[in-house]
Design a protein around this ligand. Structure first.
Ligand SMILES: NC(=O)c1ccc[n+]([C@@H]2O[C@H](COP(=O)([O-])OP(=O)(O)OC[C@H]3O[C@@H](n4cnc5c(N)ncnc54)[C@H](O)[C@@H]3O)[C@@H](O)[C@H]2O)c1
Length: 372
């Protein structure tokens, strides 16, 4: 199969859909890896790295789209890219169709088959192609929060780990899933005094068993949240209610009770944010102040560490990409119901029920689409 990887064109996106290592694996399996010239540069991979891996460098996105049987990307195809998709072509990337009627319309019209990273599942009920980005964002959160706490950035002027004789920062993580657990691990590793709040008792038990006294955990009630937030130097928002907007767990009124210069890092901003005063920011201008409290609310945090993120995403997508290339999408999806859960669009038909519900469109069941 010819697997094409174009340069990402969404603003501020530096990741790339295929690493040189992934290209090498594809070539070793007898496929052709077609990489657009310069596609890996944002993540620190040169054309020479891809050539050494056996890939072919292609000058333009138009040629990549025209030649490839499967397109592997990171972000949803932009309008100009959607015009280049064709009937029978396979698209494997993040799509996030539910809030995006224009993209959904264009993908349906193109006749392509589109498998969305974010809806591929695993045997534990997880989302294996979303998890790596949550891991990255979680681990990044204390790092950017620590920077926000520095005096010159408007913060309290507190060092995460303190020093002998001076107490460390108090960090509260709301939500103990993938983001929250990784955030707590790193904050604790920096020497901070960390507490995780979650509403799931099984999750709290798991955290307690695995992390013991590395960080504390508490059941998430409005009262417990208010008490901990009042004393915190940093609060990391990491809640998720699947399919819903993030609940607002820290109100504007609570800010006035917080320590001036404390930092709020709202990782859940991509679902609307879990602090009432959160609004999405960018890497170019990541922080702002409300009532003396510093807010960091970047919606695409993994982009800040494009190389790590590309490698983490590539590790997770590689086995699926190889299966799709080796078997073709029908056989690969027939053999793996978790991959079939990723099927969102096929030959002009929507095949993902939640997207159909969100956009008011008819849906064909993915298993029917497999047989069509
Ligand atoms: N900003 C970014 O760049 C970025 C990157 C990756 C993920 N995210 C977002 O981070 C959020 C968390 O993602 P995740 O992968 O960790 O999800 P997850 O499902 O693994 O974890 C969410 C946790 O929140 C808990 N929760 C739900 N309601 C709660 C409440 N009221 N109080 C306390 N805990 C509660 C759940 O029990 C669960 O353990 C999502 O919104 C995700 O989209 C953002």
């Amino acid at each position: 199969m010819k697997i094409g990887c174009p340069t990402e064109i969404k603003p501020q996106e530096f990741r790339v859909g295929m690493t040189p290592d992934a290209a090498r694996e594809a070539v070793n399996h007898g496929h052709k890896a077609l990489i657009q010239k310069g596609a890996g540069l944002g993540a620190g991979f040169t054309d020479a790295d891809y050539i050494a891996a056996g890939a072919v460098i292609i000058d333009t996105a138009e040629e990549v789209f025209a030649t490839a049987d499967m397109i592997v990307k990171v972000k949803e195809p932009q309008a100009v890219e959607r015009k280049m998709l064709r009937e029978g072509q396979l698209l494997f990337t993040y799509l996030h169709l539910a809030p995006d009627p224009d993209q959904t319309h264009d993908l349906l019209e193109s006749g392509c088959t589109a498998i969305a990273y974010e809806t591929v599942t695993d045997a534990n009920g997880g989302l294996p192609l979303l998890a790596p980005m949550s891991e990255v964002a979680g681990r990044l959160a204390p790092q950017v929060g620590a920077w926000t706490l520095q005096k010159a950035n408007g913060g309290r002027g507190i060092l995460m780990g303190g020093v002998p004789g001076v107490a460390p920062a108090k960090v509260v993580v709301i939500g103990g899933g993938v983001v929250g657990t990784h955030a707590a691990k790193i904050a604790a590793g920096m020497g901070a005094d960390v507490t995780i709040l979650d509403r799931s008792l099984p999750r709290l038990k798991y955290l307690d068993d695995v992390f013991g006294h590395v960080f504390k955990n508490q059941y998430s009630t409005a009262g417990a949240t208010a008490d901990l937030v009042r004393e915190a130097d940093m609060v990391i928002g990491a809640v998720l209610i699947p399919g819903a907007e993030a609940p607002k767990l820290v109100s504007r009124a609570m800010l006035s009770e917080m320590k001036p210069g404390a930092a709020l890092v709202d990782v859940a901003i991509d679902q609307g944010g879990c602090f009432e005063t959160s609004r999405a920011t960018t890497h170019a201008d990541p922080i702002y102040e409300v009532d003396g409290i510093m807010h960091y609310c970047v919606a695409n945090m993994p982009g800040a560490v494009a190389r790590t993120s590309t490698q983490a995403l590539g590790n997770a997508t590689l086995p699926f990409m190889l299966n799709l290339a080796n078997k073709g999408w029908r056989q690969a999806c027939e053999d793996d119901p978790h991959l079939l859960n990723g099927l969102n669009v096929h030959a002009g038909k929507l095949t993902y029920f939640a997207v159909g519900k969100a956009l008011g469109l008819d849906v064909t069941s993915p298993s029917l689409a497999l047989k069509s």
